[in-house]
Design a protein around this ligand. Sequence first.
Ligand SMILES: Cc1cc2nc3c(=O)[nH]c(=O)nc-3n(C[C@H](O)[C@H](O)[C@H](O)COP(=O)(O)OP(=O)(O)OC[C@H]3O[C@@H](n4cnc5c(N)ncnc54)[C@H](O)[C@@H]3O)c2cc1C
Length: 382
Amino acid sequence: MEYFFNEKEKQLWQKAHDIAENMVCPIRDELDEKAEFPLGLIKEMGNQGMFKIFIPEEYGGTGVKIMDMCIAVEEISRICAGIATAYSVGALGSGPIVYYASDEQKKKYLPKIATGEQLCAFALTEAQAGSDAANIQTTAHKNGDYYILNGVKQFISNASVSDVYTVLASTDKTRGARGISAFIVENNFPGISFGKEEHKLGIRASVTSELVFEDCRVPKENLMAKEGFGFIYTMRNFDRARPGVGAIALGIAQGAYEDALDFLYKHDLLSNQYVQKKIADMATEIEAARALIYASARMIDSGAKSFSKASSFSKLYPSDIAVKVCTEAIGLMGPYGTLKEHYLEKRLRDAKITQIYEGTNEIQRAVIALEITREMGKKYKA
Ligand SMILES: Cc1cc2nc3c(=O)[nH]c(=O)nc-3n(C[C@H](O)[C@H](O)[C@H](O)COP(=O)(O)OP(=O)(O)OC[C@H]3O[C@@H](n4cnc5c(N)ncnc54)[C@H](O)[C@@H]3O)c2cc1C
């Protein structure tokens, strides 16, 4: 399919393609095996300007386009979704700063994120809060010139390797979601530490761990915007970031499809009608996922006001088809599909996680249904 990339998008695709083939491919097995974060590679991606696409021009970036993020992330994920996640967490972590921080905060943090000198992450999830995002138990109490944060975040991507975090904490428990605030926290603030490092099924090159706050002193100027706005900003940030998760899933599906197709062609199996049907379905589903992701990305980039439903579409369908395509690809290759050297078992392990993180697919279905119900309400009120 032709998606009519502009010149900038073509160049970005080429750069991501070269990084994926020349730098990601040689190390993906070892990083997956050891569950090791690719710090050297991520820094080199910074040198090559890959973080600039998450940052506005006035703060050292090349302008924020969701389409750019999707193009870059898909191509890297086609080779390794763990490394694609390690990279794209930069967009999730910097998003709230880009959209909601003050000019001083942006000037202080974004230029270093743009070059990759500082890595950033995003911390919402806790034992009792993830799907139920409003149930955050981490507290932030104002004390003179500081907020004092206490609580434990879990499953935080890149936690132990990042320099800066967007952290959600409750500044007023009596107000529920409206009492949640967002803070920019640096990894050297007193009272911050890293808990358990998780050993995961997939996406293993992106390290995941707890982020612990024990009387952590955060300067009051690191509150983002106003107290009580953290929840709404975060939901908006997720809406912008979800096409990127769709792109990670799409990269996995594309890679699995290409691997299986090569194998089937070389083993003279493409003339088999059963194989043909499976291949045709895989190719169609992958292209449908790509169209959905690009349409959502273009819609968000156009400045549309409401895009929750499109954003959920762009994460739900690609992640479901990634699991399906990997499963079918393994089936088509028979015993060879189960071997590590064909990467399909890794791709399946990675794909499963795309159905879970940044809002499970059950939650995406709930968002889509809620938006449809709202649309019906408007239709019949009018
Ligand atoms: C590899 C990985 C990386 C992650 N990175 C980050 C990160 O960087 N930052 C961060 O903040 N978080 C991160 N997370 C956390 C992730 O976003 C959450 O785990 C996820 O959104 C699920 O939320 P939960 O943990 O509350 O699970 P739960 O909500 O407890 O999910 C358990 C099950 O219940 C279902 N469920 C829950 N509520 C409903 C409902 N209302 N309707 C239907 N079904 C429901 C879920 O779909 C799921 O099947 C990461 C997770 C993983 C696995």
